[in-house]
Design a protein around this ligand. Structure first.
Ligand code: G1P
Length: 285
């Protein structure tokens, strides 16, 4: 019942960060001292996943290079006696087994997940949308894996959102099974407020049944003209249990400039040395 593989859709263009993302993958933007993608990979590993599957695109080579060995750099660091840094670089490349699959056309999140079918088709797998960065005691994917291990079926992370934010997310309908756990029976991608079945929004963590691929294969384009994962999970929920779990922790939407900046400030405040830097800037303003 454990979840060993985790899929990361990272082919998106990151237009909200242009012009930076003209040349840099948005997943490589720094969050204090590591790229955004690194937080997601660490979360997957801490949640028990061994295999990482990145669904990537032609502008995302920097992600592959980041997790690979860099012999030239390592050699220079070693010769200069910077051994701590040298070992740190090697550890990054040994963090995880990572596979890369190209999503050749930007057809949506559902299509990105479908690209992972060759490696994920035989077992339950995790999905992490790395733009959503969570800070808290227990990794959010691990919270979902625990529910999957206890109740079976697929699981999505939920957050109660304000009315004004409903149209940005996949919104679920369901019955509360236990405090904080819903049996999901419907979901709508980016609904108007008047069409939203609740105020519970899917945040970027999923444990999915391999049966999802059956539905993704036939899924027509939905909201925004894209093949939506939410639409396929709605179909899945008609045949298998799908649970919605209100996660514990704090989320930052690092796919937006405001969210990315907030995450940097929060993580700096959580760091003993950097906290003082942030506090001093605020004091002097
Ligand atoms: C995606 C999903 C949406 C989910 C959101 C969470 O949307 O399609 O259901 O609520 O992630 O961040 P996107 O942010 O890619 O538009």
């Amino acid at each position: 019942m454990t979840v060993k593989k985790c899929l990361f859709p990272v082919a998106g263009l990151g237009t909200r960060f242009l012009p930076v993302t003209k040349e840099i993958a948005k997943e490589m933007l720094p969050l204090v001292n590591r790229p955004i993608i690194s937080y997601g990979v660490e979360e997957a590993l801490a949640s028990g996943c061994d295999d990482i599957v990145m669904i990537t695109g032609r502008t995302k080579r920097s992600i592959e290079n980041y997790f690979d060995r860099s012999f030239e750099l390592e050699d220079i660091l070693k010769r200069r006696g910077k051994l701590e840094l040298y070992y740190k670089m090697i550890r990054i490349s040994e963090m995880a087994e990572i596979m890369y699959i190209r999503q050749r056309e930007p057809l949506g999140l559902g299509h990105a997940v479908l690209c992972g079918e060759p490696v994920c088709k035989d077992e339950y797998f995790g999905v992490i949308l790395p733009d959503d960065v969570f800070v808290g005691e227990e990794p959010v994917l691990s919270q979902l894996v625990k529910v999957h291990e206890r109740l079976g079926g697929s699981v999505v992370a939920l957050e109660h959102v304000e009315d004004k934010d409903v149209s940005r997310y996949g919104i679920v309908a369901g019955e509360e099974f236990e405090p904080g756990i819903f049996r999901v029976n419907d979901m709508v991608e980016k609904p108007r407020l008047s069409d939203a079945p609740s105020r519970y929004a899917i945040m970027g963590r999923y444990v999915l049944s391999p049966e999802i691929f059956t539905f993704l294969h036939t899924q027509q384009a939905g909201a925004g003209g894209e093949i939506q994962l939410t639409d396929a999970i709605r179909e899945l929920a008609k045949t298998e249990p799908v649970w919605g779990v209100v996660y514990h922790g704090r989320r930052f939407d690092c796919g937006t400039q405001k969210g990315w900046l907030s995450a940097n400030i929060q993580l700096a405040l959580d760091d003993d040395e950097l906290r003082e830097v942030v506090m001093n800037i605020i004091k002097n303003n």
